[in-house]
Write a protein that binds this ligand. Structure first.
Ligand code: ADP
Length: 500
């Protein structure tokens, strides 16, 4: 193949490789940044949810405390009023009220909780509230002004109350495939608004000061998570891209093969023209030489003269054969070849072909074996076409035989076929070439290196003729031992429907 073509091919291959690498890299980058984006978006969403819960919690506590303050402002503290308050504020499981002197105002008759000592003086003076951690539990300590001076309220939380009054109200209504879940201090599921069996935890975020030990977690269904979407899309892109590359590669291979075939064809055609011209020249110059000699009257005796005439006849026959070959071939190529097929005996045909080659066979000392099976049925054929095919095979046997010169011609029946064989003991054909010799213009080795001239269309013609008859042509050959070409022709079906 030419340098320019190779360069073009190289450029296309290089461009494809660059495309593949760029595509892969940008796909990976896109995937990474899309995943990052999704992660950030999810994180923002969870942080917002956590803030909402935190604010709801603070607001709920605020409301509880202000209603408690209203109770404490009354001149006397009524335990029933406090019981009532507790029923109305279920987010607290326990309430202890202590005055500045350390006396427990409620529940009556209990000792003050230990954390009273931890309340700084400042809080007693200024009032206010603080979340304190007792073990894993969050306790709200608030100093509230009362009718008899500041009162410290120590409020223990009810997990159930918080779940129902705060978490369910803030997180319960969320729609969409993602689920926001609250985890306790141990990381166990504490509040789950919807079933999450099929979902995986994507990320967790801590709450603020009001819920210091709990965390909110985002769960996403396995197949449905945004990250899964990205992965699926990336996979789809990769597959499409790979397909594209495969198509490009296949296209390249196909183009390469086509180009190679075209180049080979162009070479074979130019060989063909050179070979045919050469083949035409040899008989023409013989005819001319003998014709001129005869014309000049330089031939002494009658016998020699007759021989000269027969050379002229023979060579013109050879010319005719050659021209017929080329013309038939071009007709076949143009699709215009017609055969006149009918039932004909095979044996006379074989003798006619041998007659045409009698002189070259005798001159080159060929031993001839002809074997036609007795009772050979007639074959369905166009006799002229079959003669031409056989002439080509015999001509090849002559051309490609060196020391051992034997030509075998036989005809026999094989099932529904008449098989005509042309065998020689010539140079033979390498196994690797057997599949190609029936191709048009194909000759073994380049014509410059091959001594024997030929057009390369002989066997293509034989094959075409055989197939046009509904039969086939085949070859068996061993290099150095000889070749055997077989022509299969259908026999005439018997009128009884048997095999003939
Ligand atoms: P050509 O005009 O070259 O003989 P053919 O189509 O008849 O063209 O044959 C194709 C090629 O097959 C030949 O070039 C030759 O190399 C090989 N070939 C054909 N017949 C024989 C044979 N009997 N023995 C050895 N080689 C053969």
């Amino acid at each position: 193949m030419s340098r320019a073509r190779l360069l073009t091919f190289g450029a296309v291959v290089a461009a494809t490789v660059v495309l593949a690498v760029l595509g892969y890299v940008s796909l990976r980058q896109w995937q990474a940044s899309a995943e990052l984006l999704f992660r950030e978006q999810s994180r923002d969403m969870v942080i917002m949810a956590a803030e909402k819960v935190e604010m709801a919690m603070l607001k709920a506590e605020e409301e509880c405390l202000s209603s408690l303050q209203a109770l404490l402002m009354e001149p006397t503290l009524r335990p029933e009023a406090l019981e009532e308050w507790r029923r109305k504020n279920p987010i607290f499981a326990s309430v202890t009220l202590v005055d500045h002197q350390g006396r427990v105002l409620y529940p009556p008759g209990t000792s003050p909780p230990a954390l009273v000592r931890e309340i700084p003086e400042g809080l007693w003076d200024r009032g206010g509230r603080r979340h304190l951690l007792v073990g894993d539990e969050v306790v709200l300590a608030a100093v509230i002004p009362g009718s008899d001076g500041p009162v410290l309220a120590v409020l223990g939380r009810s997990v159930e109350g918080v779940k129902r009054d705060v978490l369910a109200k803030t997180l319960g209504g969320l729609e969409g495939p993602s689920v926001l879940v609250v985890l306790d201090a141990q990381g166990d599921l504490l509040y789950v608004p919807r079933p999450i069996d099929q979902a995986t935890r994507v990320l967790t975020v801590a709450f603020g000061e009001a819920l210091p030990t709990w965390r909110v977690a985002l769960y996403q269904p396995q197949g449905l998570s945004a990250r899964g979407d990205v992965r699926r899309q990336a996979m789809l892109f990769t597959a499409a891209f790979a397909l594209l590359l495969v198509v490009i590669a296949l296209g390249l291979v196909a183009t390469y093969r086509l180009l190679r075939h075209e180049t080979e064809m162009a070479r074979l055609k130019s060989d063909f023209v050179a070979n045919v011209s050469h083949d035409l020249k040899t008989p023409l110059s013989l005819i001319r030489m003998f014709g001129e000699t005869l014309e000049l009257g330089r031939v002494p005796d009658e016998a020699t003269r007759r021989e000269y005439y027969s050379v002229i006849t023979r060579e013109s026959e050879r010319l005719t054969r050659l021209i017929d070959n080329v013309l038939d071939f071009s007709r076949i190529e143009g699709g215009g070849q017609r055969y006149d097929i009918g039932a004909h005996p095979v044996e006379p045909l074989i003798h006619e072909v041998l007659d045409a080659f009698r002189y070259p066979l005798a001159q080159r000392g060929f031993k001839l074996d002809v074997a036609v099976a007795p009772d050979l049925p007639e074959a369905l054929m166009d006799p002229e076409a079959i003669k031409q095919a056989l002439a080509n095979l015999v001509d090849n046997a002559l051309k490609y035989s060196t020391e051992r010169r034997r030509l075998g011609l036989s005809a026999r029946r094989e099932g529904t076929w008449v098989v005509i064989e042309v065998a020689d003991e010539g140079i033979g054909i390498p196994a690797g070439e057997l599949g190609r010799i029936f191709e048009k213009f194909y000759r073994i080795g380049r014509s410059e290196t091959q001594d024997t001239r030929g057009s390369g269309v002989g066997l293509a013609l034989v094959k075409h003729i055989a197939e046009a008859h509904g039969g086939r042509a085949s070859v068996e050959s061993r290099p150095g031992q000889g070749s055997r070409f077989s022509l299969y022709l259908p026999i005439v079906p018997s009128p009884l429907g048997g095999e003939g």
